[in-house]
Ligand binder design. Sequence first.
Ligand code: HEM
Length: 372
Amino acid sequence: MNAFPAVDPIPLPAPVWLFKLLHIVTLALHFCAVELLLGGLLVATCLCFFGALRGGAPLLRLNTALSLSRRLPIVMTYVINLGVPPLLFAQVLYGRALYTSSVLIGVYWISVIFLLMACYWLLYRFNAAIERGLSAWWLGLSAWLLAGGIAMILSTTMTLMIRPEVWQAMYSASAMGNHLPPHDPTLMPRWLFMLTGGLVFAGLWMVWLAGRKQIEMPVRSYLAGLGGKLALVAMVAQVLVAHFVFHNQPDKVRESLVASPLYLGAGFAWFGAAGLILLAGAWAGFKKPTTAAVGWLCVLLGVLAAFGLTVFRDGIRDLTLLSNGYDVWHRAVVTNWPVVGLFLVLFVIGLATVGWLVSVMVRAKPVSEKVI
Ligand code: HEM
C-alpha cells in the first residue's frame, strides 16, 4: 500500500529543478547560521564556565566569550530568516511526506516556536551578563540545550518524513501528535553530525573574529589559536560521525548515492573542504594568525562544506523516498513564467540586500569589545 497522501491536484507553478536549486541554496545558508549558533553558543558557554574556575586567565576567556556572545542574537536572526525559505520550498516539493511527519509528531513540532522564543531570550540574557563581567555559563547552557533540542526535533521530523512504513502504526497508536517515532538508526548520527559541525564552524568563526580590529590583540590571538585547534579536532569528530551517517543508511540508498555523479561529487566536495579545514585549523592553531584574509578563507571553506553536505543530504532524502515509491521529480508542472521571473528578480534583490547589510555590519565603525 502507498502510504503517501493523494497528490495536490494543483500543478507546480515552476519547474522542479528551480525549486530544488532554491531549496538547496537557502538550506545551505540556513545550515551555516545553525552551525554558528550551535557551536558558537557552546564555546562561549565553556569559556564562561572555565573562566569562572580559579586559575588560567578568566578575563581573557570572558572577553573571548563576549566576542561570540554579542553576535549570537544576530546569528539567530539569520537562523530564523534563512530557515523560512527552505521550509516553504520543502513543503512544495515534499509536502505529502513532510506534512505527514510533522503532524504525526505535532506536539513536538509546534513546540519549536516556544523553544525558539525561550532560546532567543536567553541569548540576550547571556550576553548582557557577560557584558557586565559575569560568567553566567548556566544561561548559555540553557540556551544551548534549547537550541540542541530544536535541532533534535527538526532531525526527527526530517527522518520521519522518509519512513512512510512507520506512519500508519504511529497514527493508529495516537492521533494526538504526542508520540515519538520508533527507533531509527540514522537519527542520532544525523543530529550528532550537525552538532559536531557546529564546533567546526565555531572554530572557523573564531579564526575569522581574530581578524576583527575592534577586538583587543590578546583576545584575537587567543581566538585564532583556540579556534584553529577546535576546527581541527571537531573536523576529525565530524568525519567519524559522517561515516556513521552514511553506513547507517539502507544498502539500496548507499549504492544509489555512490552511483550518482551529483551526490558522489557533493560528498567529495564535502571531504575536500573537510581536508582543507583540517589543514587550515592545524595551521591557525599553531600560528595564531590575526589577519582578515585568513578569516575569509575559513568562511569560504565553511560555505563549501555546507553546500556539499546539503546536496548530499538531499540525495539521501530523494533516494530513500524513491525507494519507497515517491519520486520528487514526477510532478505535474504548469510554469507561470511571469510570476517566476518576478520572484527571481525579488529573490536576487533580497539576497543583494542581505549581502549589503552584512557588508555594512562588517565595515561598521569598530566599537571596542571588552567586558566592563
Ligand atoms: C535554534 C533554531 C534552529 C536550529 C538549531 C535548527 C537546526 C536545524 C537542523 C539541525 C536541521 C537539520 C535536520 C536534519 O535533517 O537532520 C534543520 C533543518 C531545517 N530547518 Fe532549522 N533550525 C532552527 C530554526 C529553524 C527555523 C526557525 C526554521 C523555519 C522557520 C527552520 C527551518 C528548517 C528547515 C525547513 C529544515 C529542513 C529543510 C529540509 O530538509 O528540506 N529551522 N534545522
